[in-house]
Design a protein around this ligand. Structure first.
Ligand code: IPM
Ligand code: MG
Length: 360
């Protein structure tokens, strides 16, 4: 029996998590996997109910679980709060930090059933399958920040800091993943021509490369990378980069897969891994049965693969997602002419049904 901590969060979070659990239960029954889901509050929802965005109880539950499934946090209601109360920093970023989830793996895969769903041309995107390994507990997000008065007005400072050990551990993880990939190609993304932290980053990647002679390491500037992603995405297989660069590049890369609503993620490295869609809480469509639950459902598949070692079950979900897309069902974000528009719940039902029906 696996214990799963479920943190639905804010906005569309609860809706997409409901569909994810529906699909996980379907695959659990089919593959004989027992999972116990325990819900807890996180983000703005937790702040409203308890006064803090991440309570000790929720943290405790996370520590005592085999994996964590998270929806999304944040919303306009909490946007003007001081940073220590804002759901993003005080719950999501704190969770990543507390649990030492230094590697955020974002899987950009264009499902064959959705080639028409990408705003980019078929010749460019078809066959795109890449992983961005985003460093998630350091870099620009976690360096010293301050805001102060000066003679001219005000000044704000954010710092991009990396220690050797932080770059080494994410680098090692990236090389290990690249080694297992058929192409054995690793793209390290930095801004070596401008940033001191990128120069340390590159030095360490080069040092690690000596231990992985079978992996072909390539360095790329982040601005060039942003362009290359839409020019020729198939050149990439495994990428590794700083926290903020990874945040920006993965929003861009998600469109290669059709929509930000298609991008799942796994945060690993610490004691308990966390699985969440890469998108936000989308308050503008919350509660309207419009959100695409597939990024969350696919994050559930990643959880089965990486935390529960249930590869067959993970594949079963991914196959079901592709079948549903191939059958022409689309939420609004991936809608195309001639396709069948469905809501969040219908999409979850379709995937769960397809999981149950398909042979193992
Ligand atoms: C993400 C999100 C978060 C981030 C926000 C909500 C703090 O954009 O997971 O990419 O910037 O890491
Ligand atoms: Mg982001």
């Amino acid at each position: 029996m696996y214990n799963i901590a479920v943190l639905p969060g804010d906005g569309i979070g609860p809706e997409i998590i409901t569909e994810t659990i529906k699909v996980l239960q379907a695959v659990g029954e089919k593959c004989g996997l027992e999972m116990k889901f325990t819900e807890a509050l996180v983000g703005g929802a937790a702040l409203d109910a308890t006064g803090v965005p991440l309570s000790d109880e929720t943290l405790e539950l996370c520590y005592n679980s085999d994996a964590i499934l998270l929806g999304a946090v944040g919303g306009p209601k909490w946007d003007t709060l001081p940073v220590h109360l804002r759901p993003e920093a005080a719950s999501l970023l704190r969770l990543r930090k507390e649990l030492d989830l230094f590697a955020n793996l974002r899987f950009v895969k264009l499902f064959p059933g959705l080639v028409d769903g990408s705003p980019l041309k078929r010749e460019i995107v078809e066959g795109t399958e890449l992983v961005v390994i985003r460093e998630a507990t350091g870099g620009l997000y976690f360096g010293e920040k301050k805001r102060e008065r000066t003679a001219e007005g005000e000044r704000a400072v954010d710092t991009l800091v990396y220690n050797t050990f932080e770059i080494e551990r994410i680098g090692r993880l990236a090389f290990e993943m690249a080694r297992k990939h058929p192409r054995k190609h690793l793209t390290s993304v930095d801004k070596h021509n401008v940033l001191a932290s990128s120069r340390l980053w590159r030095d360490i990647m080069n040092k690690l490369a000596k231990e992985y002679p079978d992996v072909n390491l390539e360095h790329m500037y982040v601005d060039n990378c942003a362009m290359q992603l839409v020019r020729n995405p198939r050149q990439f297989s495994i990428m590794v980069t700083e926290n903020m660069f990874g945040d920006i590049l993965t929003d861009e890369a998600s469109m290669l897969a059709g929509s930000i609503g298609m991008l799942p993620s796994a945060s690993i490295g610490g004691k308990v891994a966390l699985y969440e869609p890469a998108h936000g809480s989308a308050p503008d469509i919350a509660g309207q049965n419009k959100a695409n639950p597939l990024a969350a459902i696919l994050s559930g598949a990643l959880m089965l693969r990486y935390s529960l070692s249930a590869e067959e079950a993970a594949l079963s979900i991914e196959k079901a997602v592709n079948s549903v897309l191939e059958a022409g069902y689309r939420t609004g974000d991936i809608m195309a002419p001639g396709m069948k528009r469905v809501g969040t719940v219908e999409m979850g039902d379709l995937v769960a049904k397809s999981v149950k029906e398909e042979a193992l």
